[in-house]
Design a protein. Structure first.
Length: 235
């Protein structure tokens, strides 16, 4: 990977330096050295975290499971995501998912591969939002502690005509985050049940039935469980 990166950087330098004297050399340096080194560093951190999580598991069984073609395929996908993972939390999620897959007597390969793909489509804030909804229905101590800690991430600003552009921006991004969680079947809308004989209320902005709230789905809880972020039982 490093050789290919250096070759590409050399070609990039020859093609860009003359025409773009400032950006060209910087881009060549990023492609030739920074990206390959960062990717290897991130994969190394991911493997250290995986090693720690596997210490309590039977080593013989783990070694045997590692050799399964399905497990190798899953690990390759995890490496690709780990190479782009910027936060330690993200590397923890990936290590947990791989660790849990290694504990399967018969690996549910397609299920884990799908969940790994879903994880790759989410950012760390969306994981926090998903976890918030998993705790919300319990209203326990863990929920209130989590809410206080992440309040700035899980609650969008209430915008009005006098709101600042930054508040509208934050609201738009939060709505997009939550919409994607719904599209991936990790969250679902809750609709207000109309009174007997009455028609359901519709939202003037969306034209859809008014949403009363949101709730986590079974798939959402499953994802949190496999990345070791489902603490519903402990709360």
């Amino acid at each position: 990977m490093k050789t290919k990166g250096n070759d590409f950087a050399a070609s990039l330098s020859k093609g860009l330096v003359g025409a773009i004297p400032f950006v060209g050399p910087i881009a060549a340096e990023i492609v030739g050295a920074i990206i390959p080194n960062q990717r290897m560093d991130r994969i190394e951190v991911f493997l250290h975290k995986l090693e720690e999580k596997l210490e309590a598991i039977d080593q013989n069984q783990t070694r045997e499971n590692f050799s399964r073609p399905e497990q190798i395929d899953l690990l390759e996908d995890a490496f690709l995501q780990a190479s782009r993972a910027m936060s330690d939390d993200r590397k923890e999620y990936l290590a947990s998912l791989v660790k849990n897959s290694l504990q399967e007597v018969e690996l549910r390969h397609l299920e884990y591969k799908r969940l790994l793909s879903i994880l790759g489509q989410l950012n760390d804030v969306q994981i926090i939002i998903l976890k918030y909804y998993s705790l919300e229905r319990l209203q326990g101590e863990a929920f209130h502690e989590f809410q206080d800690k992440h309040n700035h991430l899980i609650r969008p600003p209430l915008v009005h005509m006098g709101s600042s552009p930054e508040e509208f921006d934050r609201k738009a991004i939060f709505d997009d985050y939550r919409s994607q969680l719904i599209e991936l079947s990790l969250l679902q809308r809750r609709f207000k049940k109309p009174k007997r004989g009455a028609s359901p209320e519709f939202d003037e902005k969306t034209g859809m039935i008014k949403t009363q709230g949101f709730g986590i789905t079974h798939l959402g809880r499953m994802l949190l469980r496999l990345i070791d972020q489902n603490n519903e039982e402990s709360s």
